[in-house]
Design a protein around this ligand. Sequence first.
Ligand code: AMP
Length: 282
Amino acid sequence: MKTFTSAAELQQALREEKSHHNSIGYVPTMGFLHQGHATLLEKARNENDIVVLSIFVNPLQFGPNEDFETYPRDLERDENVAAKAGVDYLFYPTVHEMYGEEPSVKVVVQSRTDCLCGKQRPGHFDGVATVLTKFFNIILPDRAYFGKKDAQQVAVIDGLIQDFNFPIQLVAVDTVREEDGLAKSSRNVNLSVQERMEARELYQSLLKAKEAVESGERNAAAVTALVSEHIGAHTSGVIDYIEVYQYPELKPIETLSGHVIIAMAIKFKHARLIDNITINIE
Ligand code: AMP
Protein backbone atom coordinates (compact mmCIF):
# COMPACT_ATOMS: atom_id res chain seq x y z
CA MET A 1 0.00 0.00 0.00
CA LYS A 2 1.25 3.45 -0.91
CA THR A 3 0.21 6.52 1.07
CA PHE A 4 -0.10 9.89 -0.74
CA THR A 5 -0.66 13.33 0.69
CA SER A 6 -0.29 15.09 -2.68
CA ALA A 7 -3.23 15.06 -5.11
CA ALA A 8 -0.90 15.55 -8.09
CA GLU A 9 1.27 12.57 -7.12
CA LEU A 10 -1.76 10.34 -6.57
CA GLN A 11 -3.15 11.42 -9.96
CA GLN A 12 0.16 10.52 -11.60
CA ALA A 13 0.14 7.05 -10.02
CA LEU A 14 -3.48 6.47 -11.02
CA ARG A 15 -2.83 7.65 -14.60
CA GLU A 16 -0.28 4.87 -14.77
CA GLU A 17 -2.84 2.33 -13.49
CA LYS A 18 -5.41 3.56 -16.02
CA SER A 19 -2.90 3.20 -18.84
CA HIS A 20 -2.84 -0.52 -17.95
CA HIS A 21 -6.66 -0.57 -18.08
CA ASN A 22 -6.90 -1.30 -14.36
CA SER A 23 -10.34 -0.55 -12.93
CA ILE A 24 -10.45 1.66 -9.84
CA GLY A 25 -12.71 1.24 -6.81
CA TYR A 26 -12.85 4.20 -4.46
CA VAL A 27 -13.91 4.36 -0.79
CA PRO A 28 -14.12 7.87 0.72
CA THR A 29 -13.97 8.05 4.53
CA MET A 30 -13.16 10.33 7.42
CA GLY A 31 -10.96 7.64 8.97
CA PHE A 32 -10.97 6.01 12.41
CA LEU A 33 -11.80 2.93 10.41
CA HIS A 34 -14.13 0.20 11.67
CA GLN A 35 -15.77 -2.90 10.28
CA GLY A 36 -18.28 -0.77 8.33
CA HIS A 37 -15.46 0.85 6.36
CA ALA A 38 -13.68 -2.51 6.05
CA THR A 39 -16.80 -4.00 4.47
CA LEU A 40 -16.86 -1.22 1.84
CA LEU A 41 -13.17 -1.85 1.16
CA GLU A 42 -13.73 -5.59 0.90
CA LYS A 43 -16.46 -5.06 -1.69
CA ALA A 44 -14.24 -2.63 -3.60
CA ARG A 45 -11.40 -5.17 -3.44
CA ASN A 46 -13.62 -7.88 -4.94
CA GLU A 47 -14.94 -5.74 -7.77
CA ASN A 48 -11.90 -3.74 -8.96
CA ASP A 49 -8.22 -4.13 -9.91
CA ILE A 50 -7.16 -1.19 -7.75
CA VAL A 51 -8.60 0.08 -4.47
CA VAL A 52 -8.20 3.71 -3.40
CA LEU A 53 -9.12 4.83 0.11
CA SER A 54 -9.27 8.47 1.13
CA ILE A 55 -9.13 9.61 4.75
CA PHE A 56 -10.10 13.24 5.16
CA VAL A 57 -12.02 14.91 7.95
CA ASN A 58 -13.66 17.49 5.74
CA PRO A 59 -14.12 20.83 7.55
CA LEU A 60 -16.63 21.97 4.90
CA GLN A 61 -19.23 19.44 6.04
CA PHE A 62 -19.10 20.36 9.74
CA GLY A 63 -21.19 23.16 11.22
CA PRO A 64 -19.64 25.73 13.60
CA ASN A 65 -20.91 23.91 16.71
CA GLU A 66 -20.22 20.41 15.48
CA ASP A 67 -17.45 17.95 16.30
CA PHE A 68 -14.78 18.75 13.66
CA GLU A 69 -12.09 19.29 16.30
CA THR A 70 -12.97 16.26 18.41
CA TYR A 71 -13.72 13.87 15.53
CA PRO A 72 -11.57 10.78 16.34
CA ARG A 73 -8.37 10.46 14.31
CA ASP A 74 -5.69 7.71 14.31
CA LEU A 75 -3.73 7.43 11.06
CA GLU A 76 -1.36 4.70 12.24
CA ARG A 77 -4.21 2.40 13.20
CA ASP A 78 -6.06 3.26 9.98
CA GLU A 79 -3.00 2.41 7.88
CA ASN A 80 -2.94 -1.07 9.41
CA VAL A 81 -6.65 -1.64 8.79
CA ALA A 82 -6.30 -0.34 5.22
CA ALA A 83 -3.27 -2.50 4.43
CA LYS A 84 -5.06 -5.59 5.80
CA ALA A 85 -8.13 -4.76 3.68
CA GLY A 86 -5.94 -4.77 0.56
CA VAL A 87 -5.96 -1.04 -0.17
CA ASP A 88 -3.49 -0.12 -2.93
CA TYR A 89 -3.48 3.66 -2.54
CA LEU A 90 -4.29 5.59 0.63
CA PHE A 91 -4.91 9.29 0.05
CA TYR A 92 -4.51 11.37 3.18
CA PRO A 93 -4.49 15.04 2.17
CA THR A 94 -4.27 18.04 4.46
CA VAL A 95 -7.03 20.65 4.49
CA HIS A 96 -4.64 22.98 2.64
CA GLU A 97 -3.96 20.37 -0.05
CA MET A 98 -7.70 20.04 -0.67
CA TYR A 99 -8.80 23.65 -0.42
CA GLY A 100 -5.73 25.90 -0.67
CA GLU A 101 -5.99 29.37 0.83
CA GLU A 102 -9.52 30.21 -0.21
CA PRO A 103 -11.66 28.03 -2.47
CA SER A 104 -13.38 29.91 -5.28
CA VAL A 105 -16.08 27.36 -6.14
CA LYS A 106 -18.38 25.17 -4.06
CA VAL A 107 -21.12 22.72 -4.97
CA VAL A 108 -24.64 23.47 -3.72
CA VAL A 109 -27.10 20.60 -3.41
CA GLN A 110 -30.60 21.65 -4.47
CA SER A 111 -32.79 18.70 -3.60
CA ARG A 112 -33.13 15.85 -1.12
CA THR A 113 -31.62 18.08 1.59
CA ASP A 114 -34.59 19.90 3.15
CA CYS A 115 -35.17 17.06 5.62
CA LEU A 116 -33.31 14.68 7.93
CA CYS A 117 -29.61 15.63 8.42
CA GLY A 118 -29.83 18.21 5.61
CA LYS A 119 -32.31 20.22 7.63
CA GLN A 120 -30.53 19.80 10.96
CA ARG A 121 -27.07 20.44 9.51
CA PRO A 122 -27.33 23.38 7.06
CA GLY A 123 -24.54 23.29 4.47
CA HIS A 124 -23.50 19.76 5.43
CA PHE A 125 -24.35 18.18 2.08
CA ASP A 126 -22.86 21.11 0.13
CA GLY A 127 -19.62 20.25 1.94
CA VAL A 128 -19.99 16.55 1.15
CA ALA A 129 -20.79 17.21 -2.54
CA THR A 130 -17.91 19.71 -2.89
CA VAL A 131 -15.30 17.41 -1.42
CA LEU A 132 -16.57 14.41 -3.40
CA THR A 133 -16.52 16.39 -6.64
CA LYS A 134 -12.86 17.07 -5.95
CA PHE A 135 -12.08 13.49 -4.95
CA PHE A 136 -13.93 12.10 -7.98
CA ASN A 137 -11.92 14.38 -10.29
CA ILE A 138 -8.61 13.53 -8.61
CA ILE A 139 -9.21 9.76 -8.53
CA LEU A 140 -11.49 9.20 -11.57
CA PRO A 141 -12.79 5.93 -10.13
CA ASP A 142 -14.94 3.42 -11.99
CA ARG A 143 -16.93 2.63 -8.84
CA ALA A 144 -17.41 4.51 -5.57
CA TYR A 145 -18.62 2.79 -2.39
CA PHE A 146 -20.93 4.31 0.21
CA GLY A 147 -22.73 2.95 3.28
CA LYS A 148 -26.52 2.90 3.55
CA LYS A 149 -26.17 4.01 7.18
CA ASP A 150 -25.84 7.47 5.62
CA ALA A 151 -28.92 6.96 3.48
CA GLN A 152 -29.48 10.64 2.71
CA GLN A 153 -25.83 10.90 1.65
CA VAL A 154 -26.37 8.03 -0.80
CA ALA A 155 -29.44 9.83 -2.22
CA VAL A 156 -27.51 13.12 -2.56
CA ILE A 157 -24.46 11.50 -4.18
CA ASP A 158 -26.73 9.66 -6.58
CA GLY A 159 -27.99 13.12 -7.65
CA LEU A 160 -24.42 14.50 -7.85
CA ILE A 161 -23.25 11.66 -10.09
CA GLN A 162 -26.29 11.98 -12.38
CA ASP A 163 -26.34 15.78 -12.58
CA PHE A 164 -22.60 16.26 -13.11
CA ASN A 165 -22.30 13.26 -15.46
CA PHE A 166 -19.58 11.55 -13.48
CA PRO A 167 -18.89 8.24 -15.25
CA ILE A 168 -18.91 6.49 -11.88
CA GLN A 169 -21.04 3.63 -10.60
CA LEU A 170 -22.35 4.29 -7.10
CA VAL A 171 -22.34 1.14 -4.98
CA ALA A 172 -24.46 1.33 -1.79
CA VAL A 173 -23.51 -1.14 0.93
CA ASP A 174 -25.73 -2.43 3.79
CA THR A 175 -25.16 -1.03 7.28
CA VAL A 176 -22.71 -3.06 9.36
CA ARG A 177 -23.77 -3.41 12.99
CA GLU A 178 -22.36 -4.39 16.37
CA GLU A 179 -23.69 -7.63 17.87
CA ASP A 180 -26.42 -5.76 19.74
CA GLY A 181 -27.55 -3.97 16.58
CA LEU A 182 -25.87 -0.58 17.05
CA ALA A 183 -24.67 0.70 13.65
CA LYS A 184 -20.86 0.82 13.63
CA SER A 185 -19.66 4.40 13.67
CA SER A 186 -16.40 6.22 14.36
CA ARG A 187 -18.41 8.39 16.76
CA ASN A 188 -19.42 5.44 18.99
CA VAL A 189 -16.16 5.87 20.96
CA ASN A 190 -17.53 9.17 22.24
CA LEU A 191 -20.43 7.45 24.05
CA SER A 192 -20.22 6.92 27.82
CA VAL A 193 -20.59 3.35 29.10
CA GLN A 194 -24.22 4.03 30.03
CA GLU A 195 -24.96 5.70 26.66
CA ARG A 196 -23.34 2.82 24.79
CA MET A 197 -25.78 0.44 26.52
CA GLU A 198 -28.70 2.67 25.63
CA ALA A 199 -27.54 3.12 22.03
CA ARG A 200 -28.64 -0.41 21.12
CA GLU A 201 -32.20 0.86 21.44
CA LEU A 202 -31.90 2.94 18.25
CA TYR A 203 -31.95 -0.15 16.08
CA GLN A 204 -34.40 -1.91 18.41
CA SER A 205 -36.86 0.95 17.89
CA LEU A 206 -36.44 0.70 14.10
CA LEU A 207 -37.07 -3.04 14.24
CA LYS A 208 -40.18 -2.41 16.31
CA ALA A 209 -41.41 0.05 13.66
CA LYS A 210 -40.65 -2.43 10.89
CA GLU A 211 -42.62 -5.09 12.72
CA ALA A 212 -45.58 -2.72 13.05
CA VAL A 213 -45.45 -1.93 9.32
CA GLU A 214 -45.24 -5.61 8.49
CA SER A 215 -48.32 -6.16 10.66
CA GLY A 216 -50.21 -3.59 8.60
CA GLU A 217 -49.47 -0.17 10.12
CA ARG A 218 -49.45 2.38 7.28
CA ASN A 219 -49.76 5.68 9.14
CA ALA A 220 -46.44 7.57 9.07
CA ALA A 221 -47.23 9.60 12.21
CA ALA A 222 -48.08 6.43 14.14
CA VAL A 223 -44.79 4.87 13.07
CA THR A 224 -42.68 7.88 14.11
CA ALA A 225 -44.61 8.05 17.42
CA LEU A 226 -43.80 4.41 18.09
CA VAL A 227 -40.09 4.98 17.48
CA SER A 228 -40.06 8.21 19.46
CA GLU A 229 -41.77 6.57 22.45
CA HIS A 230 -39.25 3.74 22.43
CA ILE A 231 -36.27 6.13 22.30
CA GLY A 232 -37.77 8.30 25.06
CA ALA A 233 -38.44 5.32 27.31
CA HIS A 234 -35.11 3.54 26.84
CA THR A 235 -32.44 6.19 26.29
CA SER A 236 -31.21 9.50 27.69
CA GLY A 237 -30.60 10.74 24.14
CA VAL A 238 -32.29 13.82 22.71
CA ILE A 239 -34.21 13.26 19.50
CA ASP A 240 -32.86 15.40 16.64
CA TYR A 241 -35.34 13.86 14.22
CA ILE A 242 -37.34 10.72 13.61
CA GLU A 243 -38.89 10.85 10.15
CA VAL A 244 -40.47 8.68 7.50
CA TYR A 245 -40.01 9.33 3.76
CA GLN A 246 -40.28 7.79 0.36
CA TYR A 247 -36.79 6.57 -0.54
CA PRO A 248 -34.61 7.58 -2.38
CA GLU A 249 -36.68 10.62 -3.39
CA LEU A 250 -37.00 11.69 0.27
CA LYS A 251 -40.55 12.91 -0.35
CA PRO A 252 -42.71 13.28 2.79
CA ILE A 253 -45.53 10.73 3.12
CA GLU A 254 -48.57 10.37 5.35
CA THR A 255 -49.42 6.85 4.26
CA LEU A 256 -46.68 4.29 3.81
CA SER A 257 -46.39 2.58 0.43
CA GLY A 258 -43.60 1.47 -1.91
CA HIS A 259 -40.01 1.92 -0.75
CA VAL A 260 -39.89 3.87 2.51
CA ILE A 261 -37.19 4.90 4.96
CA ILE A 262 -37.55 5.38 8.69
CA ALA A 263 -34.57 7.47 9.79
CA MET A 264 -33.37 9.00 13.03
CA ALA A 265 -30.68 11.14 14.59
CA ILE A 266 -30.26 11.00 18.36
CA LYS A 267 -27.98 13.29 20.29
CA PHE A 268 -26.04 11.93 23.22
CA LYS A 269 -23.71 14.09 25.29
CA HIS A 270 -20.66 13.83 22.99
CA ALA A 271 -21.99 11.90 20.00
CA ARG A 272 -24.86 12.38 17.58
CA LEU A 273 -25.85 8.98 16.19
CA ILE A 274 -27.86 8.29 13.04
CA ASP A 275 -29.56 5.12 11.90
CA ASN A 276 -32.27 4.06 9.49
CA ILE A 277 -34.15 1.15 8.08
CA THR A 278 -35.74 0.87 4.65
CA ILE A 279 -38.83 -1.22 3.98
CA ASN A 280 -40.36 -2.35 0.71
CA ILE A 281 -44.13 -2.37 0.98
CA GLU A 282 -45.84 -4.46 -1.69
P1 AMP B 1 -17.38 8.12 7.44
O1 AMP B 1 -15.94 7.83 7.68
O2 AMP B 1 -18.23 8.02 8.66
O3 AMP B 1 -17.59 9.37 6.63
O4 AMP B 1 -17.91 6.93 6.52
C1 AMP B 1 -17.30 6.63 5.29
C2 AMP B 1 -18.18 5.69 4.53
O5 AMP B 1 -18.39 4.50 5.30
C3 AMP B 1 -19.57 6.28 4.25
O6 AMP B 1 -19.99 5.88 2.97
C4 AMP B 1 -20.42 5.64 5.31
O7 AMP B 1 -21.79 5.52 4.96
C5 AMP B 1 -19.77 4.27 5.43
N1 AMP B 1 -20.09 3.66 6.72
C6 AMP B 1 -19.92 4.23 7.94
N2 AMP B 1 -20.40 3.41 8.91
C7 AMP B 1 -20.89 2.33 8.27
C8 AMP B 1 -21.54 1.14 8.70
N3 AMP B 1 -21.77 0.89 9.99
N4 AMP B 1 -21.92 0.23 7.77
C9 AMP B 1 -21.70 0.47 6.45
N5 AMP B 1 -21.08 1.57 5.97
C10 AMP B 1 -20.70 2.49 6.87
